[in-house]
Design a protein around this ligand. Structure first.
Ligand code: GLP
Length: 241
């Protein structure tokens, strides 16, 4: 695990965006694993600027997002499909059909999860996976006690995760209770992983992830077992290390 501690979240964001840009330059048809959440918004803004100003291109790349809420269609304003279109896809040059998220409105979510896992395998697995970190140690929506070898499947969101994400919805009750998420085993097959965490609120869980025991109680701790993980932190998120 390589841990990079930056003075500010701005330079940390730039560092993560540069890792992605470098990978695209050396491997234009890379399969990117993408994440949502507040931390990622600045990463996508940085990549959009690099696309506009430095000509980095996603035209040959593919992307698979980590997760989607069950019950929300791709057009729902709070779906991760909408987040990705608004904050990234509509402003860069992915080829049509090269960006993938699970369908939250699939009539059979279990079959949709299996289809999504198979699509990732068929694409040759993820080359570079971008991850955020839930305050409870989740990656994707793999909540504490998730099987450390799980594949894409349905997960019930914890009360704390629903509360953390309620800011995106009109009311707490509107936050879906279930999601389809890549499994921890799916994520661990990625060649390279870049995880970002910022702010003091993440300091404790960052320390658990990096220095604590490998345990399903903190799903991100499994990253200690991955060969090529880069953790990018600001000083506040690194303050309990
Ligand atoms: C959601 C996403 C996670 C993300 C987490 C952290 O729960 N499913 O993939 O890592 O939010 O979000 P934030 O960056 O807003 O703290």
């Amino acid at each position: 695990m390589k841990v990079l501690i930056h003075e500010t979240r701005e330079t940390a964001t730039g560092c993560a965006a540069a890792l992605i840009a470098d990978r695209l330059a050396s491997e234009p048809d890379v399969v990117l694993g993408l994440a949502t959440g507040g931390t990622m918004e600045a990463v996508y803004a940085d990549l959009i600027a690099r696309h506009r100003d430095s000509g980095i291109s996603f035209a040959r790349a593919q992307s698979f997002n980590l997760d989607e809420y069950i019950g929300l269609s791709p057009d729902h304003p709070c779906s991760y499909w909408t987040y990705m279109r608004d904050k990234f896809f509509d402003q860069v040059d992915f080829a049509p059909g090269h960006t993938h998220l699970p369908r939250g409105d699939a009539p059979d979510p279990e079959a949709e999860a299996a289809r999504y896992e198979a699509a990732i395998v068929a694409a040759g697995d993820i080359g570079l996976q971008l991850l955020g970190l839930g305050a409870n140690g989740h990656i994707g929506f793999n909540e504490p006690t998730s099987s450390l070898s799980s594949l894409t499947r349905i997960k019930t969101l914890t009360r704390s995760t629903r509360a953390a994400n309620a800011r995106y919805f009109a009311s707490d009750d509107d936050v879906p209770r279930l999601a389809i998420t890549m499994g921890i085993g799916t994520i661990m097959r990625a060649q390279d992983i870049v995880l970002l965490a910022f702010g003091e609120a993440k300091a404790k869980v960052v320390a658990q992830m990096i220095e604590g025991p490998v345990t399903a109680a903190c799903p991100a701790s499994i990253l200690q077992m991955h060969r090529k993980v880069t953790v990018v932190l600001d000083e506040a998120a690194a303050s309990a290390l």
